[in-house]
Design a protein around this ligand. Sequence first.
Ligand SMILES: *Cc1c(COP(=O)(O)O)cnc(C)c1O
Length: 304
Amino acid sequence: MTLHIHTPLIESRPLSLSTARSIWLKLEALQPCGSFKLRGVGHACQTHHARGARHFVSSSGGNAGLAVAYAGRQLGVPVTVVVPETTTEHAKQLLRLEDARVVVRGSSWQEANAHAQTLLGPEDAFIHPFDDPLLWTGHASMIDEVAATGMKPDALVLSVGGGGLLSGVVEGLRRNGWTDVPVLAVETHGAASLHAAMAAGHSVELPGITSVATSLGAKRVADQALACSREHPLYSHVVSDREALQACERLLRDHRLLVEPACGAALALLERPEVLAPYRQVLVIVCGGATATLEQIRAWREQA
Ligand SMILES: *Cc1c(COP(=O)(O)O)cnc(C)c1O
């Protein structure tokens, strides 16, 4: 039994027509807690539960925290999520809907995370948002589902925050023998930590995050993400917040799905014909995002 669901894989007629190739969408936005995170987080939580964990702790006020809260409720394990004061009321409400205990501590994620570490007892499991092999193995299941349909893409587009999704997708491509399928990894300006690390040739820490795509806001990517860029065909692309927001509005219009700018970033690459030119069939991971609202996307768009 898994906590995530099998998601639909659809060929987008509007996006295929406008790009003059086949655009396939893996609809991770339809996971019960709104993002792909449930695949990895669900696998990690089930593994820790089987090993005797009696309490899950997270320090993410975003989709990772929501996935932990959902997984904990499903498994009957209490969940504490420590978030900084900057977390929106909306995000805290979503966590409480999943019965998580929400603790507000500190003015930054670093402070909230430091407090979360002090809460950990011997029967508790800390669930990291992106840097854990258990997460990657869970995320890889989305590629198993694509392979099972018989459709093999010529390229795969996804967004990168801390690189957990990237690491999991590359694991999935490998275990299905698809080591020749290139990954187009997309970040937004102001959150482009993989792009910076690949340019430097080693892990680097961004001074800060300035993008509205908050779910991409890891100042440093997991070492595994950088390893993927060396061991698998991978191209890094950076889009603007405005492009990511426009892509969110377009997906809503074309497919009636509302996603976060973090997900819009990947979709925004479809507006770059020169990037898509070599590929006939392109698969986009529509990673989702539960904290998006139409009002927020429109307000950001006016600022951008
Ligand atoms: C977490 C998340 C990302 C980035 O995933 P990483 O594993 O941190 O790279 C992108 N989009 C959404 C909606 C997310 O929740």
